[in-house]
Design a protein around this ligand. Structure first.
Ligand code: ZN
Ligand code: ZN
Length: 343
């Protein structure tokens, strides 16, 4: 089968290769991949800015059909439509695993970086990681369960968003647009900030329920947030761009004793005025990937129509056109790009 593989360490070294269909172990499930999302992490792996274990098939945002199951697998049937969590392996013994934080296990091996991922016709995963897709969620929308689960973990597990809060999302990419929907559903007044090139994305943010959007180079976000909050600042800021200017804006916008949550991955060191953490007693948090309960909640949010993933998908193309997809991603001319495997 064809797979998109990071072939060796270094910048680039990504190509379509013919690889063998993986064997299904006793506790595993073989999924025929129908849609796999292209994620910032894949781009970071391309540039060697995110740890990977080449040669390895990319792709961790997977939706598909069960085509084979191991003899110990009881809860799933061949033909079921599913998505999968991304941890192929965690140690199960360390204090993080035992404390319900498998995302922080030092031995964690995730699909698409440390073990073969879903940018291929088939992927094998532990049955314990698999979730059925709700009937009203198609494969393309379903491939966004993973980014939504990460957003649920950062925004709902790690951050406390309350009705009546003024919450800022900076960076209206796919993650930001998922975060703004989750925040809106939590009852906060939701403000999404972008730059001039984000106009379309900001319009979409409004269509998806954001109360207000700001183009940062046209209006001063601080002025607007101050007006909204009697000069107090935002209760919650979620940085979703992973860009230094956005980090700095978020630091300015968060109120005294407010919450700052970092969701965007910068891939490099950014300048950060750490004294503000003292002066404003800001609570800074990050959410790394997701935990199993984030997936259950993400799927419910999708099933109930409270978070829409369909409108975020701008392109769907075969994995053989991966170069075009990566370019679209880098130029920001697409929004969410979903790949479909070839034979
Ligand atoms: Zn992802
Ligand atoms: Zn562990």
């Amino acid at each position: 089968m064809k797979a998109l593989v990071k072939t060796k360490p270094g910048i680039g070294n990504v190509e379509i290769r013919d690889v063998v269909v993986p064997k299904t172990g006793d506790d595993q499930i073989l999924i025929e991949v129908k849609a796999v999302g292209l994620c910032g992490t894949d781009i970071h792996i391309y540039y060697d800015e995110y740890k990977s274990n080449p040669p390895v098939t990319l792709g961790h945002e997977v939706a598909g059909i069960i085509t084979e199951k191991g003899k110990n697998v009881k809860n799933f049937e061949i033909g079921s439509r599913v998505t999968t969590e991304t941890y192929f392996q965690t140690c199960g013994e360390c204090s993080m695993c035992r404390g319900g934080k498998p995302n922080l296990c030092p031995e964690r091996m995730s699909i698409g970086s440390m073990v073969n991922g879903g940018m291929a016709k088939y992927i094998v995963v532990p049955a314990a990681n698999v979730h059925a897709l709700p009937a009203n969620i198609d494969f393309v929308a379903g491939s966004l369960t993973e980014p939504l689960a990460c957003v649920v973990h950062s925004v709902l597990d790690k951050t406390k968003v309350m009705p009546g809060d003024v919450a800022v999302v900076s960076g209206p990419g796919p993650i930001g647009l998922l975060a703004s929907q989750v925040i809106k559903e939590s009852g906060a007044y939701t403000v999404v900030i972008g730059v001039e090139s984000d106009l379309k994305r900001l319009r979409l943010a409004e269509e998806l329920g954001a109360d207000q959007t700001i183009v940062a180079n046209e209006k001063d976000p601080q002025e607007i947030i101050n007006e909204l909050t009697n000069g107090q600042g935002a209760d919650v800021v979620c940085e979703c761009a992973g860009i230094e200017a956005s980090v700095q804006t978020c630091l300015k916008l968060v109120r005294r004793a407010g919450q700052y949550t970092q969701i965007g991955l910068a891939g490099r060191t950014v300048n950060f005025d750490i004294d503000q953490v003292i002066f404003k007693e800001i609570c800074i948090r990050g959410g790394f990937a997701s935990i199993p309960s984030s997936w259950t909640r993400a799927l419910k949010l999708m099933e109930q129509g409270k978070v829409k993933t369909d409108p975020l998908v701008s392109h769907s193309m075969p994995i053989t056109e991966w170069k075009k997809a990566f370019d679209l991603f880098k130029e920001k001319s697409g929004l969410k790009i979903v790949l479909t495997p070839a034979d």
